[in-house]
Design a binder for this molecule. Structure first.
Ligand SMILES: O=C(O)CCC(=O)C(=O)O
Ligand SMILES: [Fe+2]
Length: 360
């Protein structure tokens, strides 16, 4: 069994055919490759190469240099985290990374006034490395292409799900409040070769929290997807193809039909590091995430799902751990449990009514 491959060129030329393939992929694995992006986006391969080249250049700097843009300097949870700092399922991940988001002014002052929803503290500026000047333009380009592809895919997913696609697409609307845009995070990640005595995973088993994830990975391999029967399979790299999966926002909207599939990254066993760039397309922080009733879902999709429904999904991770009506609440819980040190430095229980890292 390998993940299905869907063509972005087909999405443009024959959306109805693409929607059918999408329904099947999302009902059976929740993960697929998106190929042929360069046929739709002429600058795709250039943008891909630029993003990976400048990321490799960044990670080649000494730790002390990389820490100049360390996340602890950002109350918006942006910046560099060293190897082993980020936590998934209570364990330290064997990777280092830069966390980025929509580049905006802070949405609230600091310390945050109690009447403001705490999750609005997530809006703010990124930290880019002045010692790798090629990274900022490469990332900005990558974000803008990823946003276009994501809007397309979410629109097609919404059409595949319901006769009322706006119930889903409106969550990602960037025009209503431009100072509070869709909260799409991304990471630039390096998984160094494991060192003697290191224990754990590149990233522990988890289910993504946002709308959809667009993952670009180099040719090393290591990403694994847990099928609904519990078996783990490799998401073997395909050059210039994205790996797409659904997060818990779409799982919630789809009333569980489109599952946020469990995945993990194995420790890097090759002698060279693995690089990946996940982009998490997410709603605006204050948007309310509805749960469609079955009467709002296409009857044909329900019929298709009936063949797979009722079987228990086997997963190494708890179900729906980031389902929240207000998306920002889920985003806040997700990021504070991954970066408890930053949460403790700026917020802590006195300031944060939601609670922090212990809120698994
Ligand atoms: O690096 C990868 O291949 C996947 C990373 C991932 O799943 C995540 O950061 O959520
Ligand atoms: Fe993930």
């Amino acid at each position: 069994m390998s993940l299905p491959v869907l063509s972005y060129a087909t999405a443009k030329a024959d959306p109805a055919a693409f929607i059918q393939q999408l329904q099947l992929a999302l009902l059976t694995t929740g993960f697929f490759y998106l190929s042929d992006v360069e046929q739709v986006v002429p600058e795709w391969q250039q943008a891909w190469d630029d993003a990976f080249r400048s990321s490799a250049e960044f990670f080649a700097h000494p730790l002390e240099t990389k820490k100049e843009i360390g996340m602890p300097a950002s109350r918006h949870f942006r910046g560099y985290s060293a190897y082993g700092v980020e936590v998934t399922q209570g364990k330290h991940d064997l990777r280092e990374q830069i966390d980025l988001g929509p580049d905006t002014e802070p949405a609230v002052d600091y310390p945050p006034p109690p009447e403001q929803p705490i999750e609005l503290c997530l809006y703010g500026p990124n930290q880019y490395p002045p010692f790798t000047p090629s990274l900022e333009p490469a990332i900005r380009k990558w974000r803008s292409l990823s946003e276009i592809i994501s809007q397309d895919l979410v629109s097609l997913m919404a059409q595949s799900l319901t006769p009322h696609p706006e119930l889903l697409t409106s969550l990602f609307d960037s025009t209503t409040n431009p100072s509070q845009p869709p909260y799409s995070r991304m990471k630039v990640v390096q998984y160094p070769p494991v060192r003697a005595g290191d224990e754990g995973l590149g990233v522990g088993a988890h289910r993504d929290g946002g709308g959809i994830t667009l993952l670009a990975q180099d040719q090393t391999g290591g990403l694994q997807v847990q099928l609904f029967d519990g078996q783990w399979i490799d998401a073997t790299p395909i050059p210039y193809a994205l790996v797409i999966n659904v997060g818990q926002v779409i799982e919630r909207v789809s009333n569980g039909l489109y599952a946020a599939t469990t995945h993990r990254v194995l420790p890097t066993r090759s002698s060279t590091p693995r690089l990946s760039i996940p982009f998490f397309f997410c709603p605006t922080l204050r948007s309310r995430v509805p749960v469609l009733s079955r009467s709002q879902i296409h009857p044909a999709l329900l019929a298709l799902a009936a063949k797979t429904e009722g079987k228990a999904v086997v997963s190494d991770v708890r179900d729906g751990d980031l389902h929240e009506e207000v998306f920002g609440r889920a985003a806040w819980r997700g990021i504070t449990r991954s970066h408890g040190d930053v949460w403790a430095k700026y917020y802590g229980r006195e300031v944060d009514p939601i609670g922090g890292p212990e809120q698994l």
